[in-house]
Design a protein around this ligand. Structure first.
Ligand SMILES: Nc1ncnc2c1ncn2[C@@H]1O[C@H](COP(=O)(O)OP(=O)(O)OP(=O)(O)O)[C@@H](O)[C@H]1O
Length: 259
């Protein structure tokens, strides 16, 4: 059975139909990419799933629970997680402490208990860091880490709440090709091991074609195509909407960029 079922989802801003009645689903263990040219409706869709925006029409069901109309905190508690950038304030804390704070929050403990957070579930935090290959750096401040390593810690923080569905908005933005591939390979491993699902938006087509199990393509708020990498690569409507945008759908592009 699908984990997430989105049906006839719609949202307008004034006269603009930002999302125009889209329907799709996601299965556990699946990495689904949401792509489309600028202004296609990707962020709007994302923000309806996490509750930051309320849908005008349609339904979003997670494991049978209706998410439309629920506040973001409730949606998070039901199992929709998202990656956040580590805020500057937390950069001076160690890698382990940042994950411990996420565990505190997942257990609905108040941040006022932070005095005790340094001891809170340290073993669990280290186990999470082990999953993302960062346990050896557990006691370094986040501010000392390389950018790619910060992204790994952000992934551990997102997984601390044991999400059923993880939303990742442009996870590899600003990263070099090698770091991008490492992060997405790690994400894919986690998806399989934890049996969660990931919905991600991404402008980098090499990442999408290398790592998404399936993709959905939006253009002007409508879902114009859905399928595996080969279906999408050869889809005439997809080629049409991307024509002239400089995006490449060639298989060799990703190999060249990674080398
Ligand atoms: N808060 C808003 N108020 C008015 N219009 C909005 C708002 N948010 C989005 N839009 C409009 O809705 C449409 C879809 O925008 P959205 O940001 O969802 O697209 P996107 O696919 O995420 O684009 P990009 O890749 O450029 O981030 C666009 O026409 C945009 O101008």
């Amino acid at each position: 059975m699908s984990l997430l079922k989105v049906s006839n989802l719609g949202k307008s801003f004034g006269g603009v139909r930002a999302v125009d009645g889209i329907t799709f689903d996601i299965n556990p263990g699946e990495l689904l990419a949401l792509i489309g040219p600028n202004g296609a409706g990707k962020s709007t869709t994302f923000n309806m799933v996490n509750g930051q925006l309320r849908a005008d029409t349609g339904s979003i069901k997670l494991d049978g629970h209706e998410l439309v109309g629920q506040p973001p905190r409730k949606i998070w508690a039901l199992g929709v997680g998202r990656t956040f950038q580590i805020a500057e304030t937390f950069a001076s804390f160690t890698v382990a402490e940042n994950v411990q704070m996420a565990l505190l929050s997942a257990d609905s403990k108040l941040l006022s208990t932070w005095r005790r957070a340094a001891d809170y579930k340290r073993d669990e935090a280290l186990a999470l860091l082990d999953k993302v290959g960062m346990v050896a750096q557990a006691d370094r401040p986040c501010s000392d880490l390389a950018y790619g390593d910060v992204k790994r810690v952000e992934l551990a923080i997102a997984v601390a709440n044991r999400p059923k569905l993880l939303l990742m908005d442009e996870p590899t933005a600003g990263m070099a090709p090698k770091e991008r591939n490492d992060l997405m390979a790690l994400t894919k491993q986690l998806v399989i091991k934890e049996n969660m699902a990931v919905l991600f938006t991404e402008h980098s087509m090499d990442v999408v074609f290398a790592y998404a199990d399936r993709m959905i393509v939006l253009a002007r708020g409508r879902l114009i195509a859905e399928g595996g990498p080969e279906d999408i690569r050869n889809h005439p409507k997809v080629q049409e909407v991307y024509f002239g945008t400089g995006k490449t759908f060639e298989k060799k592009a990703e190999a060249e960029e990674a080398s």
